[in-house]
Design a protein around this ligand. Structure first.
Ligand SMILES: [Cu+2]
Length: 287
């Protein structure tokens, strides 16, 4: 029944591409079955590769296989074809079945390599921030030469801390969001303190591992203001599911104002106080 699953998935995905099924902006939405809306050039490219190249190819292959199977059932069942052919191979069919998939893979390879290059060759950055994965939260550093000079922890809000009037979303809202300006190239340097984490923001189309002792880089350029959420995407321990990423994109003016506030707010928190394991404050999710 492998073909059935494949065909069904393809059709569901093809339907998903329609605007009526569009995903949320910056976060998952109820009833969504497709990708979150793209708000960066990289995410647009990812959507193009997925929606306009991969899904049509998958759909066409699934329909072809489905058609061949139905034809075989109709044409070669015991009643229609009581004396089966003893053919064991057919050179032409074997060549076609080897060459066609190869051509399809080459067709996919070009846009795929172009996308990887787009993601990994960083343009000149307007600002740089550093994201540090920890068990189990993210921390952000803003370099001094760009008006920063501070760092802070970003902890998921627990259920009793959520304030829906401020738009807090359960399991995604954090106490301190990373703030960046709109329409600016933001370089994110990603590293980890303890184990491997992964920095992923779906609507930005970014995904990069946070590895202890290795500085990885990614970039984005958000085209609108708002809060955009992501999550750690590398199984990193018991609270892997509770270390969301929240990035607030604001205007240049609001960014400058936030920098001023943040310098004061996080100055006292520097150096970061040592946490003692097992304290009540460390307890992750109190349901
Ligand atoms: Cu993690």
């Amino acid at each position: 029944m492998k073909w059935f699953g494949k065909a069904f998935t393809s059709m569901a995905m093809a339907l998903a591409v329609g605007p009526a099924w569009a995903g949320g902006i910056g976060r998952p939405d109820m009833d969504e079955i497709t990708l979150q809306k793209a708000v960066t050039p990289i995410a647009e490219e990812i959507h193009f590769l997925h929606n306009d190249i991969l899904v049509p190819i998958i759909l066409a292959i699934s329909l072809l296989v489905l058609g061949l199977l139905l034809y075989c059932v109709w044409r070669f069942n015991e009643k229609a074809n009581p004396v089966p052919s003893r053919t064991s191979h057919n050179t032409l069919i074997e060549v076609i079945s080897a060459v066609c998939p190869a051509i399809i893979l080459i067709i996919i390879a070009f846009p795929s390599f172009r996308l990887v290059t787009f993601q990994l060759v960083l343009p000149k950055a307007d600002i740089t921030i550093k994201a540090i994965g920890k068990q189990w939260n993210w921390a952000y550093e803003y370099p001094k030469d760009q008006g920063g000079g501070f760092s802070f922890d970003s902890q998921m809000k627990k259920d009793n801390e959520l304030d829906p009037s401020k738009g807090d979303i359960r399991l995604l809202a954090v106490d301190n969001e990373a703030v960046v300006p709109v329409n600016k190239v933001v370089r994110v340097q990603v590293v980890a303190d303890d184990v491997i984490h992964s920095f992923v923001v779906q609507s930005f189309g970014i995904r990069i591992d946070a590895v202890p002792g290795r500085l990885n880089e990614t970039w984005f350029k958000a085209d609108r203001v708002g809060v955009f959420y992501g999550q750690c995407s590398k199984l990193c321990g018991k609270d892997h599911a509770f270390m969301p990423i929240a990035i607030r994109v604001v205007s240049d003016k609001d960014y400058a104002a936030w920098l001023d506030d943040a310098k004061k707010k996080f100055a006292s928190a520097d150096p970061v106080p040592i946490k003692v394991a097992g304290t009540a404050a460390d307890a992750p999710l109190q349901q």
